[in-house]
Design a protein around this ligand. Structure first.
Ligand SMILES: NC(=O)c1ccc[n+]([C@@H]2O[C@H](COP(=O)([O-])OP(=O)(O)OC[C@H]3O[C@@H](n4cnc5c(N)ncnc54)[C@H](OP(=O)(O)O)[C@@H]3O)[C@@H](O)[C@H]2O)c1
Length: 433
């Protein structure tokens, strides 16, 4: 029997695109690839911006600068979008899907912005839209949620889904580096962009929370605001406090059920107990921790970035789309659960660590405690440290509503004896109420 041929077009031959073409053309894996795809994959064209750039291992005859023409090619079966950004990537993807061509993308920003709409367009045209590499790079978490856990009621998803910020926070924890030094090192090692804001301000993590939440709970992917706080305000003194108290600070992406139909989605730094499985995820590694009602806790760990690991997840999607195409079917997208509603972050209760730079004079503690009391935020423990200009008060609260804590912080900032609010970081799974 003749093996069918599946024609693949790739937009982007950067870190991931080049690695993908290498994986598809890897002779040593050809039998396994044919088995998985039930077809032979052929990369028919690769779109880039600049055809003159050196691209080791890539046949220059495959290159084009006309990505739209590639998306519209008559003979295409699968379009792989590895260019990034919202436009023109969205236009290329829509063009392909309208023609019934399946699409694989690693573009978290785009999927978080309009994934539900694009999935619907794919379905209407009998095509697939897969985006495993958009969350956790090489970690196959989306397919696990979509298939193995499809029947499970997921209660909560916690993720370390941004390698840059995990590298920075790990350096601050293990080597006592300042935020600025750790960021600089991340940039010089290629883990952080020259403009690191998408990572350190948690935009990237927030997009991934949206995608995880859509698969875990059935929330819509349409670019809603996710509550977001970055790591730029995390100081060495906070990292040291966390260590003394038995915690580590991580940037967590969180999606969780609140009551029957409430969902809270957010990305922010959090203190987690040293014994928590996520606490041992160091450097640029990523991990996703899922709590299922019946399965209990589950965790996936791996390389959340890097051309080759990310390309393995893209290849998995390409093989799945190819197999579907050969058998004349496509995956039906999950329904959006209309009963779900977003819970405002202010309504979420948590234990908080709050640190204040204060004047070194009598009576400060009493006035500070008074403000906590006025907002009904009760204090679990307090630490007084430093002298003179370095004087600091650090508190761990009992469980309190975020809006009460924010109101407390606003009033504390108005006190003359408080020089500045140093930190306000949630404690997740601290086991204290
Ligand atoms: N790198 C990772 O570790 C990683 C991990 C997970 C997900 N992703 C996602 O994977 C995607 C690709 O990332 P990457 O790191 O491979 O990016 P990259 O190295 O910057 O490569 C982007 C590629 O897209 C091409 N390109 C950009 N705009 C184009 C356009 N309008 N028409 C044709 N080609 C265009 C570029 O062409 P030129 O080479 O000519 O400039 C380049 O080859 C992004 O969505 C990213 O978020 C990346």
């Amino acid at each position: 029997m003749n093996t069918p041929k599946i024609r693949v077009g790739v937009i982007g031959a950067g870190n991931v695109g080049l690695a993908l073409v290498d994986l598809v053309n890897d002779e040593s894996r050809s039998i396994a690839l044919v088995d998985a795809a039930t077809a032979t994959l052929e990369v028919v064209q690769v779109a880039v911006r600049d055809t003159k750039k050196p691209r080791p291992g890539l046949d220059p005859a495959l290159l084009t600068t006309d990505a739209l023409a590639l998306a519209n090619r008559e003979d295409l079966d699968i379009l792989v979008e590895l260019a990034g950004g919202i436009e023109p990537a969205r236009t290329y993807i829509e063009a392909a899907l309208r023609r019934g061509v399946s699409v694989v993308s690693a573009n978290k920003a785009l999927i978080a912005e309009c994934g539900t709409e694009l999935s619907q367009l794919a379905h209407e045209n009998g095509a697939d839209l897969f985006y495993e590499a958009a969350v956790g790079g090489g970690i196959p978490i989306l397919r696990a949620l979509r298939t193995s856990l499809a029947g499970e009621r997921i209660e909560r998803v916690l993720g370390i889904v941004n390698g840059t910020t995990n590298f920075i926070l790990s350096k601050m924890t293990s080597e006592g580096s300042s935020y600025a030094d750790a960021l600089h090192e991340a940039q010089s090692l290629g883990y952080a962009e020259a403009d690191p804001s998408a990572d350190v301000q948690a935009f990237d993590a927030a997009a991934k929370v949206q995608i995880l939440s859509s698969l875990a709970f059935g929330t819509e992917l349409r670019g809603e605001e996710i509550a977001r706080e970055g790591i730029t305000g995390v100081r060495s003194v906070d990292v040291e406090f966390a260590q003394r108290a038995g915690y580590v600070i991580k940037l967590l992406g969180i999606a969780e059920r609140v009551g029957e139909h409430g969902i809270s989605r957010r990305a922010h730094p959090a203190m987690i107990p040293r014994e928590h499985p996520l606490a041992s995820v160091h450097g640029a590694m990523n991990a996703v921790f899922v709590e299922g009602a019946k399965s209990g806790p589950l965790m996936w760990l791996g390389q959340g970035a890097g051309g080759v690991p990310t390309a393995t997840a893209v290849l998995g999607d390409v093989l799945h789309a190819a197999r579907n195409r050969v058998s004349g079917r496509h995956d039906v997208p999950f329904s959006v659960d209309d009963r779900l509603h977003s819970i405002e972050v202010g309504e979420i209760a948590s234990v908080f660590y709050i640190s204040l730079d204060v004047m070194d004079e009598p009576g400060v503690l009493a006035s500070v405690a008074n403000i906590f009391g006025r907002h009904g935020v009760s204090i679990q423990s307090m630490e007084q440290s430093g002298f003179g200009d370095e004087a600091r008060l650090s508190f761990v609260t009992h469980t309190a509503l975020t809006k009460a804590v924010h109101a407390t912080i606003d009033d504390l900032a108005k006190l003359e004896s408080v020089d500045s609010i140093g930190a306000c970081i949630r404690v997740v799974d601290g086991g204290v109420a």
